[in-house]
Design a protein around this ligand. Structure first.
Ligand SMILES: NC(=O)C1=CN([C@@H]2O[C@H](COP(=O)(O)OP(=O)(O)OC[C@H]3O[C@@H](n4cnc5c(N)ncnc54)[C@H](OP(=O)(O)O)[C@@H]3O)[C@@H](O)[C@H]2O)C=CC1
Ligand SMILES: O=C(O)CCC(=O)C(=O)O
Length: 353
């Protein structure tokens, strides 16, 4: 199901439960502002390449709009719209004084050199600099972006508006970033998992975990679960998946991923089809990659008893219904992954002018 259709459907369902006034419901379904810009850059070989960048500002009733910027080939207006809406609900659930926004560029960051990524980020910032700001809309990293991306945005934005470290969060520590922001989303996912398991009389120690995605969120979540005695028995990235029924050596897997760029050829486990990970036998499944990965095609085959939505909207509404009937407990994204935006708030207040 289309990401926006899914998010709108979930919101309407929540609005009905809350008894929300229909006019308020309608106004919250329509974003505050949708920005679409063309970004053309010279590639390293001198040819030109054009990309489309988006920033959707969903709502600012509770404070400046806040949310990450994603670089991924599947970025499209509906997806960014859905992710922006989720940021509004997430900031409210975490009770931090922000509204919601999200941005993205339709590109494959793995195909671009570092200097091409820098030029693309700077052109995107030139196109949107008047519409973001310390008190209006504050970007952060999401899939395919990181502290370096935020440093480029900060630098480019500051050329127009003067030095403004609070215009982005998730930036390098030397530029006013916060200790702990890089790990914050994964760490928050683990705190949320512990709280959920405690309600069911369980703890991380001794349970088995499957983690989809081994980037910022997935690798930190897996590392902390491993430290707390959980058995991470399967992990995936774009290259495929690796499994070990006795538990993967996560610190070793992180070193392997850092040195080779992928999970392939890891000696401490057997390779597995990446799609198989979602239906692999385990106690807890943690999707940490794309949206809509759990859907009507695979939900009935899920073996996990708990799903922690570390990714944004990994479970589409049709899958939610199937999983609920099976008795699988799903911890929603707007709670499970709110550790990242919470530490972004701490970073923002410490450098806000
Ligand atoms: N960063 C943050 O602070 C926050 C992120 N999130 C959400 O968490 C999710 C992950 O974000 P983040 O960790 O930052 O992103 P990253 O870009 O750091 O990592 C994404 C990971 O997903 C993997 N991946 C991509 N496609 C697939 C696929 N089809 N199958 C398996 N793995 C795949 C990537 O593989 P490879 O390594 O091979 O590229 C990578 O390991 C997103 O949904 C994001 O919106 C939510 C809250 C905050
Ligand atoms: O840290 C932030 O501001 C937002 C992170 C984000 O994009 C998200 O929570 O989905």
């Amino acid at each position: 199901m289309n990401a926006l259709a899914a998010t709108n459907r979930n919101f309407r369902h929540a609005a009905r439960i809350l008894g929300l006034d229909s006019k308020v419901e309608k106004s919250l379904l329509i974003p505050f502002r949708e920005i679409k810009v063309e970004c053309t850059i010279p590639k390293d070989d001198g040819t030109l390449a054009s990309y489309i960048g988006f920033r959707v500002q969903h709502d600012n009733a509770r404070g400046p709009m806040k949310g990450g910027i994603r670089y991924h080939p599947e970025v499209d207006p509906d997806e960014v719209n859905a992710l922006a809406q989720l940021m509004t609900w997430k900031s409210a659930v975490a009770d931090i004084p922000y509204g919601g926004a999200k941005g993205g560029i339709g590109c494959n960051p793995g195909d671009l050199s570092k200097s091409e990524l820098e030029r693309l980020t700077r052109v995107f910032t030139q196109k949107i600099h008047d519409l973001i700001g310390v008190h209006t809309d504050v970007p952060a990293p999401d899939m395919g972006t990181n502290a370096q991306t935020m440093a480029w945005i900060l630098d480019e934005y500051s050329k127009f508006h003067g030095h403004s470290p609070a215009v982005v969060t998730g930036k390098p520590i030397d530029l006013g970033g916060s200790l702990g922001r890089e790990a914050a989303t994964g760490r928050g996912v683990v705190f949320a998992t512990e709280a959920l398991l405690a309600e069911h009389g369980k703890s991380i120690k001794g349970l088995t975990f499957a983690v989809q995605g081994f980037g910022n969120v997935g690798s930190w979540a897996a590392k902390i679960i491993h430290e707390r005695g959980g058995k991470v028995i399967a992990v995936s990235d774009i290259s495929g998946a690796v499994k070990n029924p006795n538990g993967l050596d996560i610190p070793e897997l992180i070193r392997h991923k850092e040195s080779t760029g992928s999970l392939k050829n890891f000696q401490g486990g057997d390779s597995m089809d990446a799609n198989e990970l979602l239906v692999h036998e385990c106690d807890v499944l943690i999707p940490c990659a794309l949206g809509g990965v759990l859907n009507r095609e695979n939900a009935a085959d899920v073996k996990a008893k708990f799903i922690i939505e570390a990714a944004n909207h990994p479970t589409d509404p049709e899958a939610d219904e199937i999983l609920a009937k099976k008795g699988v407990v799903v911890l929603p994204d707007i709670y499970a992954n709110s550790g990242g935006v919470t530490v972004s708030y701490f970073e923002w207040v410490q450098v806000m002018d």
